[in-house]
Design a protein around this ligand. Sequence first.
Ligand SMILES: Nc1ncnc2c1ncn2[C@@H]1O[C@H](COP(=O)(O)OP(=O)(O)OP(=O)(O)O)[C@@H](O)[C@H]1O
Ligand SMILES: [Mg+2]
Length: 480
Amino acid sequence: MASPPSTDASAARPPASAVILVVDDDQAQRELLKEDLEREGFTVEVATGGRAGVERVKRGGVDLVVSDVKMPDLDGLDLLREVRAVEPSLCVVIITGFGTIDTAVRAWKLGASDFLTKPFEPERLLVTINNVLAGRELRSENVRLREEVSRRDRLDSIIGRSPAMQEVFDLIRRMAGSPASVLITGDSGTGKELVARAIHAHGPRKARPFVAVNCSAIPETLLESELFGYARGAHSTARTNRQGLFVEADGGTLFLDEIAEMPLALQPKLLRVLQDGEVRPLGTNKVERVDVRVIAATNRDLAAYLREGQFREDLYYRLNVVQIHLPPLRGRSEDVLPLAEHFLARSAAQAGKTLRGFTEDTKKIMLSYTFPGNVRELENMVERAVALAKSELIGPDDLPPVTRERKSQDRLSTAVTQRLTLDQLEREYIERVLDAEGGNKTRAALRLGLDRKTLYRKLEEYAAAPKPGSGGDAPKKTGQ
Ligand SMILES: Nc1ncnc2c1ncn2[C@@H]1O[C@H](COP(=O)(O)OP(=O)(O)OP(=O)(O)O)[C@@H](O)[C@H]1O
Ligand SMILES: [Mg+2]
């Protein structure tokens, strides 16, 4: 790069040495500093004033600035302010006149690395510069270490410090490249979908579609045409040909969520795609070839479904070539705080709030809470706390009341002392689960082992009936 007129690129440049920019409007002083520093092996450039100094810094490659304060065009403090706006990590040493404590204090506040008071010995200047540069190395080493640790604790947006999650990360990386089917198991809210997406994103199919389908959310009659497509006239509403999700996911990944709810009648068709890579749209004899990687997930005990004859064994083995299990959050407490910090940073940014973290009490409460709704519950909890928080630290009051309940108290004995009826207990439980699922009725129904219709009916009944008091008032019947 050509040297600008206001700076003077030094001739002898020991390759590994730091580049120091000397900014001073006094030519004699400038030359003196340059000589002293070059003698020590530094590469020195000079600028004749504050403005020229800022311009030189903007072009990059400067490790440290030594600047006088009094300069006609732009003084040393303004230079400091401007260069730190461009390069916040740049070290700046300010040279002040005798007895200007005030300037020194202002320099500190603006982020000067150190300052020297005129007159000073060349030796003093060298010690200062070496200290500042050593401090910089240490700082960048700290940043690097912190980054490395946080890299180890996450894979994309999946956070996990626990050994169980580290193992999951390892499996994701190892499995991403292979076309084998993967079965992801784990309770609701443990991150199954997140893991499925990460497997896709880390493999050779990442530029192709990731198509997710929830087998429990689509009525049995529709699921078949959704997955495999249909030809015009295949059924009463089939007015055109319709491409199925398998074809849509061609070359990519199809995520079959809630696979346990896959109707028995459809299972052989699914098996056929997995075995032969062939789909046959409804109402045709034509087969289409597809290349789709299938990742399935369930929060059910699929083995029990096998025993009960609700799930085909051959399909089970096809899907379960590799299994990734996500343990419940309560079994991996190392993950709770990193997850909470992650959700806090995200929600605070979204809400435009400045939040520094959680109080120690809040952390303790989170660490001893059992999180029946797993990571999703923690995520909802932090989002709620961010919305409620009135100070920069999230306190216990910002957490939902459920977390403050005494852990040791056995829920059922409380229910007995409160003389709750079965209906009241049921209502309390249903509402609690719905809360933990962030109000998502489909997921709440799944977790409760209810079909959605039943859950909707119950919720309607609750909405119509005043909430029973937690005391011993006469219970109001809420169900039949
Ligand atoms: N390890 C994690 N790191 C960061 N976020 C996570 C993690 N695990 C889960 N989440 C978040 O929690 C929520 C629930 O995750 P996800 O939808 O993947 O769970 P799931 O196991 O598929 O649940 P369900 O069985 O109810 O469908 C999502 O918002 C997800 O981003
Ligand atoms: Mg899911």
